[in-house]
Design a protein around this ligand. Structure first.
Ligand code: RIB
Length: 284
C-alpha cells in the first residue's frame, strides 16, 4: 500500500566536524575534518519517508541565501514535494553545528534562522491526510499543525520542549529517545496514541496506555555517525504504521531503518532506501 504524508518541520544545513573526541565545556578539540550535509529534523524525516516509498510534501522555510539550495538539494533530487517551503529573504537558512566523535556520538547546536519564522498563519487551514511533526519549529506552529490535521498525526518530541497537552492528546504516535522520555515523564503515557521510546543501540519499545506492546532490537551494525538515525526511525515507524503493518513489525522495520542510517556519515546522505531496509530485514 502506498502512503502519502506531509511533514511540517525544520530545514537546516549541517556543518559537521568529525574528530577523535567531543569537546567538554571550555575545551578545544582540533584535528577535525569538516563536511556539509542537508539536515534539519523535518527535512530528514521527509526524505527518510520518501526513500522508504511514501509520497511526501514538506512545509517549512529557508532563507534566500547560498545555503538554501544546498539544504534542499537531496529533497529535490529524491522527489519530495517542496511546494510548501517558503523562501524568507530577511532570514538566514537554518544551520546546525554538529560535532561527531570517532565512536559516532554527536553534539548539536542549531541556529534556527528561517525555521523560527514559520508561524501558524503560514500553514494551510486544513492539513489533509497523515502528518509528521517535530519540535524545531515554534511550538505554536507545531500545535496548530496538529490541530489542522485531518488524519494520522505523528509527533517526534525532539528536541525536548514544553508543549501544550493538546498536542500530546492529538497525537496518534509520539516518538522520544530516553532523554526526552525522562523530560516528559508520565504525561507521555496519558496520550491516547502509541508511544515509541528509542533506546539507541538497544532498539526501541512501543507503548499503549502505558503498557509495553512491542519491543525490537536493531541488526548489528558498525556505527559511523548517529546523526539523523532518530529521524529515520520516526519516518520509518510512521510509514510502516500507515501501511497497516502490525505494531511489532512496524517497530522492527523502524529499528532496522534507523540502524542502517548510523552506518553512513551525515543526516540525509545516510538515510536508507526501501530496498536496503527490506534486504536487511530479510537477512535478519
Ligand atoms: O536530528 C538530526 C538533525 O538535528 C540534524 O540534521 C540537525 O540539522 C538538527 O536539526
Amino acid at each position: 500500500m502506498s502512503v502519502a504524508l506531509t511533514v511540517v518541520g525544520s530545514i537546516n544545513l549541517d556543518f559537521v566536524a568529525t574528530a577523535a573526541t567531543l569537546p567538554a565545556p571550555g575545551e578545544t578539540v582540533t584535528g577535525a575534518t569538516l563536511a556539509r550535509h542537508p539536515g534539519g529534523k523535518g527535512a530528514n524525516q521527509a526524505l527518510a519517508a520518501r526513500r522508504l516509498g511514501a509520497a511526501v510534501q514538506l512545509i517549512g522555510a529557508t532563507g534566500k541565501d547560498g545555503m538554501a539550495d544546498e539544504a534542499l538539494g537531496l529533497l529535490r533530487r529524491d522527489g519530495v514535494d517542496l511546494w510548501g517551503v517558503a523562501t524568507r529573504p530577511e532570514l538566514a537558512t537554518g544551520v546546525a553545528l554538529i560535532a561527531v566523535s570517532a565512536e559516532g556520538e554527536n553534539q548539536i547546536i542549531v541556529a534556527p534562522g528561517a525555521n523560527a519564522g514559520v508561524l501558524p498563519g503560514d500553514l494551510p487551514n486544513t492539513l489533509e491526510g497523515a502528518v509528521i511533526l517535530q519540535l524545531e519549529l515554534p511550538i505554536p506552529t507545531v500545535a496548530a499543525a496538529a490541530e489542522r490535521a485531518t488524519g494520522f498525526v505523528a509527533v517526534n518530541l525532539a528536541p525536548a520542549a514544553v508543549v501544550p497537552q493538546t498536542l500530546l492528546d492529538r497525537a496518534d504516535l509520539l516518538v522520544v529517545n530516553e532523554t526526552e522520555a525522562a523530560f516528559y515523564g508520565e504525561s507521555l503515557h496519558q496520550s491516547p496514541g502509541l508511544v515509541a521510546v528509542t533506546l539507541g543501540g538497544a532498539g526501541a519499545k512501543l507503548f499503549k496506555d502505558g503498557v509495553e506492546i512491542a519491543a525490537a532490537a536493531p541488526p548489528p551494525v558498525t556505527v559511523v555517525d548517529t546523526t539523523g538515525a532518530g529521524d529515520c526511525f520516526v519516518a520509518a515507524l510512521a510509514v510502516a504504521l500507515l501501511e497497516g503493518q502490525p505494531p511489532k513489525d512496524a517497530l522492527a522495520f523502524a529499528c532496522t531503518a534507523g540502524a542502517l542510517a548510523v552506518t553512513r556519515a551525515g543526516a540525509q546522505p545516510s538515510l536508507p532506501t526501501r530496498a536496503e531496509v527490506d534486504a536487511a530485514l530479510a537477512g535478519a
